[in-house]
Write a protein that binds this ligand. Sequence first.
Ligand SMILES: Cc1cc2nc3c(=O)[nH]c(=O)nc-3n(C[C@H](O)[C@H](O)[C@H](O)COP(=O)(O)OP(=O)(O)OC[C@H]3O[C@@H](n4cnc5c(N)ncnc54)[C@H](O)[C@@H]3O)c2cc1C
Length: 314
Amino acid sequence: MEFLQPRSLAEAIAAKAEHPDAVPIAGGTDVMVEINFDARRPHALLDLNRVSELATWQCIGGWGPGEPGPGEPGGDGLVRLGAGVTYTRVIAELGGLLPGLAMAARTVGSPQIRNRGTVGGNLGAASPAGDCHPVLLAAGATVELASARGTRLIPAAEFFTGPKRSVLAADELITAVLVPAAPGPQQFAKIGTRNAMVIAVCAFALELRPPLAGPAGTVGTGIGSAGPTPLRALEAEEFLAGALAEAGLWQTAGRLPDQVAQRFGELVAAAARPIDDVRGTAAYRRHALSVLARRTLSWAWETYRTGDGAPGCG
Ligand SMILES: Cc1cc2nc3c(=O)[nH]c(=O)nc-3n(C[C@H](O)[C@H](O)[C@H](O)COP(=O)(O)OP(=O)(O)OC[C@H]3O[C@@H](n4cnc5c(N)ncnc54)[C@H](O)[C@@H]3O)c2cc1C
């Protein structure tokens, strides 16, 4: 097996252009399992561990012209998270800016897996059960892909095309994910057959975006492990944003009516496209998702009510 070890991003992109069938390896927590079980026998591995550009993160400006800039209301900016940043670092360094992603990272595998495993590797594997994905969908993140042909930005919700499939082309690498710094409370919860070292039976992520001006804020959601790809619950997002605006709850920070949480849970469950498999039945997944949705909403709303928000990049 050929083992390619580029020392810079430019070298890595050139190597991928020259060897499109080379399998990138970051933490190796998915790739090495597949190789060890003989599920994959690549003729070349492209080791990304020496590419320092992939292992950094930084705050960058807002979304662009017409958008609030850093330091302005709502201009909390974006975190450009290199594909090679590990879960351990997300937890240690990004709990304030990206609390939802840090929550998901805390649930991944074990300390050993979190020390090696990366967000880019999670995206590269494109498993419907990847724990980063619901959070990236809920946050409206964008995946940055690079090749010798140039760079393209793909909304996380459009990155996945099927179970373990994505839009990533053979000559492309995932270089980063651009995640808006949390504009409000975020939550992530998952169900597994035990607390650690299991693939999620289902997972759910929520982001509340309080209004910058006027009565209406918005809501982001992400469903994991309950469909061929990670999914957004669009109707649930619209319902909750509408219910909060209609009742003036963003302004009064009043208690959330039970029927709003109940309906939100029902709409999240309805958005899932689960199957029966060894980890759970479709019916159980839908039920569990409605519970996770209600639960994460009650936690996030309580955070909003008590004003315990996340700091932004600005
Ligand atoms: C014991 C165990 C427990 C686990 N628990 C969890 C869990 O709780 N939750 C969870 O979501 N996952 C879990 N996983 C799966 C795995 O740890 C994650 O998917 C992790 O994020 C993979 O990251 P990595 O850097 O190790 O990826 P690698 O194994 O290096 O790569 C994974 C895939 O992504 C591709 N890839 C990697 N980097 C890039 C890049 N920059 N550009 C293009 N393609 C790239 C690789 O070619 C490969 O196809 C677990 C795995 C193990 C072995």
